[in-house]
Ligand binder design. Sequence first.
Ligand SMILES: [Zn+2]
Length: 167
Amino acid sequence: MGLQLAAGAVVQADIATATLVFESRRRRCKTRGYLANKTYWMTVTDQKPPSTAIAVLRGALGRCPCCGQGRILHRYLKVVDKCSGCGEAYGHFRADDAPPWLTILVVGHITIPVVLALEQTLDLAMWVELAIYLPLIALLTLAVLPRCKGVILALLWAMKAEGSEKM
Ligand SMILES: [Zn+2]
C-alpha cells in the first residue's frame, strides 16, 4: 500500500511512523496521510527544512519553526492547529510542564542577581523590596512564558516528535 503525495511521490505505508514523518519534513506540500488509523498532516515542497537553531529562534519569537511566517501560538498560550503560512501541523504537540520549568529557569537567572545586587547595595524597606520584586517577577514571567513555549514546540517539531494530542 502506498501513500500518494501531491507532488506525485509515493511513501510506502509499511514503513515506520518516524520515517513517514521524516519524509514529510524533507519535502513539503499540503496533503494528509493515513497510516495505522492515525492521521498525519504532511507538507511537501522542495525547500530544505531549517536548522534546529533557526527553528528554535523562530519558536522563541512566536513564529512557525518551519516557515517563520505564521504564528505558532494564539490567545497567549494556545497552540495553533496549523500554521497559517505553510500549513504545518502543530496542534498534536504537547509541551506539558516544560515551558513553565524553562520560564522559572530563565526568570530566576534574571531576577536573583537583581535581588542580590539591591540587597547588598541598598538598605530598602521590606514593602519597597516587595513593590519592586513582585511586579518584576510577574511581568517577566508573563513575557517569557510564551517564548519558552515556542522554544519547546520548536524543539518538538525539529526533533520530529510524534505528538500525543488528538487532532
Ligand atoms: Zn509555517
